[in-house]
Design a protein around this ligand. Sequence first.
Ligand code: ADP
Length: 621
Amino acid sequence: MTKKTMKFKTELEQLLHLITHSLYSHREVFLRELISNACDAIDKVRFEGLNNPELLDGEADWKISIRADKEAKTLTISDNGIGMSREQVVENLGTIAHSGTKAFLARAKEIGAENNPELIGQFGVGFYASFMVADNVTVVSKAHGEEAVKWESTGTGSFTLSDADKAHRGTDITLHLKEDAEEYLDEWTIRSTVKKFSDFLEHPVVLFTTEKDEEKGTEEEKEEQINTQKAIWLRQKSEIKAEEYAEFYKHISHDMADPAETIHYNAEGAIEFKALLFIPEAKPFDMMMNNDPKAHLNLYVQRVFISNEFDNLLPGYLRFVKGVVDSSDLPLNVSREILQENPMLDKIRKNLVGRVLKTLAQMKTKNYDKFLKFHEEFSTILKEGLQSDWENKEKIADLLLFETTAKESGEKTCLADYVENMADGQEEILYLAGENRTSIENSPYLESFKADGKEVLLMIDPIDDFVIPQLMEYKGKKLKAVNKGDLEEDAEKLKKEEKQFKGFIGFAKDLLDGVKEVKLTTRLKDSAAVLVGDEYSMSPHIEEMMRRMGQEVPKRESVLELNPEHPVVQKVQALYDADKKDPKVGTLTKLLHDQAVIASGAKLDDPAGFAARLNEVLAEE
Ligand code: ADP
């Protein structure tokens, strides 16, 4: 093959620019990223080799080597892992692996992430971090049964590909260090950086140094393993420092911040495994970008990394949890597909879910401020569990916080406290979902509850309207949306009015489009009219959201409830009784409906008609 120059995808060029300029103060992470990749490459070939031993080329002495050449000013990180074919090199190092890059860049600009290394770090800059310290990077790689290939780039727009000489499977990455990064040629710096980031890696990281004997004129190569290689999850909890946990967390999550919570335990009994789980402090960037609904937990079997793609190890609603599970009960020598079916995984999952939920419950009671932050970041994801994990529904519900009419805006309550404070004789947990607190706080739906001193939960997370109805009840109390279904009304109280309004109600029902019923209500105090949906209907603000996303929304059939004590309602009814044909009756009835639509948070179908009606009435006064 002759030498060939290829251009990076444009997004990649932008990303490189962003990385090299904004992560400057964190640039030592380049070593962590390269060693992590080397470690992954070894894990891959070791796993593939279980079923396909010839892939190993007779090799089992796994090693990640680091060589510093002070004269040439190069640092080389080598592994004897799976290697890459020519196509894989182009695919992995020429185009960006993360599909959300473009969106990421746009968002990074929007929120000013250029100056925020934590945010960029969360994205996982990987291999490209090399360009923070190097002005030229060479990758020589050889996969089993493939020719070796050389990739070279200065990180500015293009890379070249050419043939290479390499006898063994694996990858060598050579960085020609920038002048201001020559400290990474220093053994002490290398040793301390590796210790910090990669001490627990299960493969040896070996530093090769050459020692010159000036007198004899000879050179001797010395090798020294610099990581202790103790899988952190196998160690005693009492021996592990918080910094070690944090570094391990950063290694598996690519997060730059420390975890909010660390859960480390041995499960014993029917199933035995070790788990080390972390709850991040904030939503990582890739979770925001890809919105991958799957949980990724690293599964090891007897310390051999198997996969981080088992859907059934943790449910999707706990996908913010990062960590490792190591089981010696699972069979090692099988394919991932077969392992995926193993009933043992279900048992492990149940156990992990229980632990995570218990930890969150403890956080809520013991460290409420920390829990609030967790809730802010992850409750939207957690709530998905109300729909998918029936067994743990109540435990998940225990962890949810909501705004409430009983507290100032921004302050929250939980369902347990709500139930505790329920008014005498109150049987249901009342809630109203809407777009934001201000829009629902003054909603007509709340009038009667306010008057009765009943607390109503104000749900303003868009997902609430989808998932809260799934909860059905909490501690034996039914959940009830105050803008849906019937209220317990004082039927006696309305008897007289019903007779009086009967004719007008029939008229209004025939006149109004999309209204299946018109009736009187005691739920209103100051407002004249309100629209009420079916118990299981979508809320108007969700309909509105779907419409904005271009989705078709079925025409709603709602109930228009009128307040017989309101002067406007009384006036229209009186006009109707005086003269059924009076055109004003139609106009005013439609206006009553219009205002109920607006107050519900939905949009008017015919705003121009509304304006005309309003003007007609205003002109008269
Ligand atoms: P990430 O590791 O997050 O996927 P990187 O940019 O670090 O992203 O690497 C891109 C891809 O290049 C990796 O997913 C892997 O397939 C490949 N790769 C990187 N380093 C090596 C290596 N030392 N050996 C084999 N493949 C590698």
